[in-house]
Design a protein around this ligand. Sequence first.
Ligand SMILES: Cc1ncc(COP(=O)(O)O)c(C=O)c1O
Length: 431
Amino acid sequence: MTLALDQLHGSLSAPLLDAMTFLNEVTARYPDAVSFAPGRPHEEHFDPAAIPRHLERYLRHLREDRGMGEDEVRRELFQYGRTKGLIGELIARTLAADEGLDVDPEALVVTVGAQEGMLLVLRALCAGPEDVLLVAAPCYVGVTGAARLLDLTVRPVPEAPGGGGLDPEALAAAARQARAEGLRPRACYLVPDFANPSGASLPVEARKRLLAVAEEHDLLLVEDNPYGFFRRGGTPVRPTLKALDGDRRRVVHLGSFAKTCFPGARVGYVVADQRVDRGGGRAGLLADELAKLKSMTTVNTPALSQAVIGGMLLEADRGLRAATAGAAEFYARNLDTLLAELERRFPPGSPVGWNAPDGGYFAVLTVPFDADEKALDRCAREYGVLWTPMAPFYPQGGGERSLRLSCSYLTEARIVDGVGRLAAFVDGASR
Ligand SMILES: Cc1ncc(COP(=O)(O)O)c(C=O)c1O
């Protein structure tokens, strides 16, 4: 049987998914290229021998701290599990240590990565065609992709120029505009610290203003913060939106252990403490509604993955921020090296520009030509270096002449080599 693509769901022909497929193909075709493309953690921080240690630590916790007998331990690891997850209390404890958040474990859903969290949150919040999801633009493709899968309407809200992250006044304007069109702006997704892809961070004052705008326009903020611990020296720790929100419950907080533990576990979570009125005097939490949806997607997050992450959280007794200090130093050094090499290779007067994020994995380069798939293919083939075109991160156009550089997956020596190759390519393409 042959299936026509145009008879399958529209997301399968969406340019965004094609762009991601192309990127994966190019990366596979040039395995020896210096790759500034993937937003992956560096593998130096992984040790296979640690997996059984974390698992053992979690089992000890079940037996000793939670007083489980062997039958219960066996059931916990081998059986279908609780839909909301097994390690909610450990996550709540970690959030208290790392972010000063006081989270009720019942308001937590442990998900298959933050990605599943996004899907569940978008599905639950957007009830009909009048609902609009606002997103910081440029935006992480995991969210715009999930919205496309669900046929949701997405409206971009531009980041402020100068690296300040999402512009609260632009959010207010977008919300007003949507209402004027008879639509309901439901939520706004953003990454407040060292965003993917822009590297931008939101100053504390702007965070407070954003919360006020959300209140004024009756929308939720969906906060995603996988890179928050990876600050460059001197950058202050900024409170999360969830922490600043106090008990107003305007913020749905997405969590990922992909960068702070390891992505292969596929464990993330959602803090969804919004009250849901079920009618007839019954009430619950948004987390309970998300769990209902989860029971029809992944049923539960794999117990083994939760057990290993649980063991890591137990070992990181003082929180993950302290436990990842070594990794944070590594990424900060890499970002310093990337920015220093850009300065060296593109001296003043060069038509190339870039931002200087104060942490995270990413920086954005602006170039005087279209940084599209054709350019990427030529750059990989002739210069042995890979990067990510920025255009797919803009839901409604933009970013054609800019590219994302990720410094997380490389050593300093490879970064130096790669920026040299990139400069040779850019010089050639600019002429
Ligand atoms: C902004 C953002 N959110 C979330 C994730 C990770 O999600 P997950 O936990 O599904 O791996 C990433 C990874 O690239 C990301 O950049």
